[in-house]
Ligand binder design. Structure first.
Ligand code: BGC
Length: 814
């Protein structure tokens, strides 16, 4: 049943088909004759990026001024859903003010491995926490009459070959780890749109994946909105329309429209499918325009939102170490501030999420306004590496004079950027060397760490305190000083585990490898689920973080509906605590993680006071996905209910018996021995195929390249010229990277499939031309050139004719 049948009946097939591809880089098509306005999309996971001038989707060209909030990775450390909602509201307000209709965020992909270059944009390694935080953002954004577009749906957890890789994953892991967050976000917050990811999932592109878009998203979760491609992520538009993908962005010109019409005429596509997708998109556009009154002016919002960004940074900062209670510092303490990141804060990541803000706080100014005595500021090191003795000497001199050194360390911009995964988890050597030298002259070192994802911290013995700021937004510098001085209690807890070293991570052998497939061999054992089950020690566990006060947990009560318990603040300061509910199945006939997060609270308790906390159970508390019966089930048995200050520090526990199914599955301990132990770092082909329940193959060696091969795959091309072009491209990328200025455009081009040339050029290039380009790449240069030139002109003529017909239709009807 179509909601907008009246309108759809009046539209021509051509109008409907063209509606399903964008009008420009950021806008959808409008049809004033039917009262359908266009929608303006803008990035906005942690701040708005509305490009008023030249449009590109990688954040290279300037965008309008907006508030830069801490990134999702930092906000997840706050474990504060309400805060997520407030930030969402602020994003929504700024969107209204700038005439943006759809905010492209939040991003809630699972942090499968600390190396993913975009982890800073994502919430957590845990789906429950990710989903709850995302739901907060979506509710907030949409409360302002703007649509949210959670992304990237789904199983998009690495940047390498992100537009072309195939995520090979078993159904249970897909459901429990990679989809549960989206399920929570969709069912609780009802986003009007969702962004499909670039990658394939088990062979099918996300935007044309029936299982994902129809069976799960729409039928199981009841999603009624529009599925939008990631930018340039369209592949087969006919298949997309058939299988549940609504809108292709940015504009692919008339090519997709013609393909849809041809498919209908040839009987390969039912026009009713086009109507359904058109209906989904009209619904979004109409719902937004219903709410469209002019928003408040940006000037009115900026100061207020800057303050919110500061509160958010305070709420998100995690105190990882505080030896001898060095923090908070006493008033009048003589502090020396050192570090490149103190002078030039690193407060957001690079790529399409980049926010243009002019209100960035700096550490030195914040210290000057505090009650501490700031005796000097030194750079100490260059963030992109290198040894500069004079910088070091000046820093050591300052450290000698200071009572306490505040040392700002962090990952450089080059390590955390869209399009590139990190190659290791270490801080640059020059930073560690400086820390060691400073520690020789002054034992009182407080490290403030700026990074969007976990780093190895084997150097932590050299500092007394370690404050993890994350990428904490434009007001982060001031927020960190509030924590250092004790004006604010460190309220954050880790939303991802800090392993001792990269080699300890479950996906270490499988993550971001050469080749077309991303194999999820570690299965459900991601983050703490692995460390806890396999008994691997970590530097800082999931959920960990210190407060300036101390808490005691007592009086656990448990019934079928949930748990309640009391938390007493037994320290002499007021403070924040984040009690976490973990569930562990005692018998485990199916393989399971040792503990799983199923609830949490964030509470403020005054010194000497107590609070009663209740965490209800929900439909996700005991469930697991049975891939054999294709449904969620509860395994009958006894479950431990664990209340912890983090996943390792369990304060209270009790057991509960649950009714349910027998937990009988086709593949048991015999077929999946490693999965039963949780030691999944070396899963062999046979065991992985058992888990998958099917085979998967990958192409290797020199080959004929096709439209879904990436430009970077030219290194395998048969043509020597293509291989040479590829080597040049790689050389240029490396050069820029080494200079500390990664060229996002080149990186994008290299990992882009050839078909994206047609999808990203607003109609200049069509898929036939892509075919001719491939002929050249595959060694038939002349043949390709001879065909591409006439095709270029034909395509141009057809595009113009299409626009003429659309204009005529418009004039006729209005
Ligand atoms: C990113 C998306 C972003 C889009 C538009 C893509 O490259 O993956 O997250 O929303 O560009 O800028």
């Amino acid at each position: 049943m179509l909601q907008y049948e009246d309108i759809i009946k009046q539209m021509s097939l051509e109008e409907k088909a063209v509606f399903l591809t964008g009008k420009s880089v950021w806008e959808s098509r409008d049809f004033p004759q039917y009262g359908i306005p266009s929608c303006f999309f803008a990035d906005g996971p942690h701040g708005l990026r509305k490009q008023a001038g030249a449009a590109d989707h990688l954040g290279l060209n300037a965008s309008e001024e907006a508030t830069c909030f801490p990134t999702a990775a930092a906000i997840a450390n706050s474990w504060d859903i309400k805060l997520g909602e407030e930030i969402g509201m602020a994003l929504g307000r700024e969107a209204r003010s700038q005439g943006v209709d759809v905010v492209l965020g939040p991003g809630l992909n699972i942090k499968r491995n600390p190396l993913c270059g975009r982890n800073f944009e994502y919430f957590s390694e845990d789906p429950y926490l990710s989903g709850k935080m995302a739901a907060g953002y979506i509710k907030g954004i949409q409360s302002q009459g703007v649509a949210a577009c959670p992304k990237h749906f789904a199983v998009n957890n690495q940047e390498r070959r992100r537009m072309a890789s195939d995520s090979i994953i078993d159904e249970r892991t897909l459901r429990e780890i990679y989809l549960t967050g989206f399920e929570i976000a969709v069912t609780e917050a009802k986003p009007r749109t969702i962004m499909s990811s670039y990658n394939r999932i088990n062979g099918e592109y996300a935007h044309e994946n029936t299982h994902l878009l129809q069976e799960i998203l729409r039928q199981e979760w009841g999603f009624e909105g529009a599925v939008v491609t990631d930018w340039g992520g369209g592949n087969d538009c006919v298949k997309a329309v058939k299988n549940g993908g609504t809108l292709e962005m940015p504009s692919a010109g008339g090519d997709s429209c013609r393909q849809l019409i041809d498919a209908v005429r040839k009987g390969e596509l039912d026009e009713a499918d086009i109507d359904t997708r058109v209906d989904e998109l009209i619904r979004v556009v109409m719902e937004i325009s219903d709410h469209h009154e002019a928003g408040p002016e940006m000037e009115e919002l900026r100061e207020r939102h800057h303050q919110l960004a500061k509160e958010a940074a305070c709420a998100a900062a995690v105190l990882l170490k505080n030896e001898g209670q060095i923090l908070p510092l006493q008033p009048q303490t003589k502090v020396g501030v050192i570090g490149d990141f103190a002078e030039t804060p690193r407060y957001q990541g690079a790529g399409s999420s980049i926010v243009n803000t002019s209100m960035v706080d700096k550490a030195a100014a914040a210290f000057s306004q505090s009650q501490l005595e700031l005796i000097g500021v030194e750079k100490g090191f260059e963030r992109n590496g290198g040894q500069y003795t004079y910088l070091k000497e000046r820093a050591v001199h300052l450290a000698q004079e200071a009572e306490v050194v505040i040392l700002y360390l962090g990952l450089p911009e080059t390590s955390e950027t869209e399009g590139v995964d990190r190659s290791h988890m270490r801080l640059p050597d020059n930073q560690i060397e400086l820390l060691e030298e400073l520690a020789e002259v002054n034992p009182n070192i407080v490290v403030v760490l700026s990074a969007g994802s976990a780093v190895e911290v084997e150097w932590q013995g050299r500092c007394k305190a370690l404050l993890y700021a994350g990428l904490c937004g434009e007001a982060g510098a001031g927020a960190m000083v509030e924590i250092i001085t004790g004006k604010a209690d460190p309220a954050g807890r880790l939303s991802e585990t800090y392993p001792h070293k990269l080699e300890d991570v479950s996906s270490y052998h499988y993550f971001s490898k050469e080749g077309g497939n991303a194999e999820y061999r570690e299965g459900i054992y991601v983050g703490y689920r692995y460390f806890e089950t396999a008994g691997v020690p970590v530097a800082f566990p999931f959920g960990y973080g210190l407060s300036y006060t101390r808490f005691e947990y007592c009086d656990l009560q448990l019934d079928q509906k949930g748990v309640s318990f009391t938390i007493a603040n037994i320290g002499d300061r007021d403070g924040w605590e984040v009690p976490q509910l973990y569930v562990a199945c005692r018998e485990r006939r199916i393989f399971r993680a040792a503990k799983e997060l199923k609830g949490f609270e964030k509470i403020f308790v005054k010194s000497g006071e107590k609070k009663r906390v209740t965490i209800p159970f929900d439909d996700k508390t005991f469930r697991y996905f049975n891939a054999d019966t294709d449904q969620w089930e509860v395994e009958a048995g006894v479950y431990e209910i664990l209340i912890g200050a983090n996943v390792r520090d369990i304060k209270l526990s009790a057991a509960i018996e649950c009714e349910g199914s027998e937990g009988i599955v086709k593949c048991g301990k015999k077929e999946l021995p490693q999965y039963y132990t949780g030691k999944v770092q070396d899963i062999n082909d046979q065991e992985f195929l058992q888990l998958l329940g099917r085979t998967c193959e990958e192409e290797r060696g020199r080959r004929v390249l096709a439209e879904n091969n990436t430009v970077g795959d030219m290194r395998y091309a048969k043509s020597g010229i293509a291989r040479w072009v590829c080597r040049r491209l790689e050389h240029l990328m490396e050069k820029k990277m080494k200079a500390g200025k990664p060229d996002l455009n080149l990186i994008f081009v290299s990992s882009m499939p050839f078909r994206a040339i047609a999808k990203m050029t607003e109609g200049q290039v069509n898929m036939k031309m892509v075919g001719h380009i491939l002929e050249m790449v595959n060694g038939h240069v002349l043949k390709g050139v001879v065909k591409i030139v006439p095709e270029y002109f034909r395509n141009r003529r057809e595009n113009r004719a299409l626009e003429r017909r659309l204009a005529e239709d418009h004039n006729r009807r209005s």
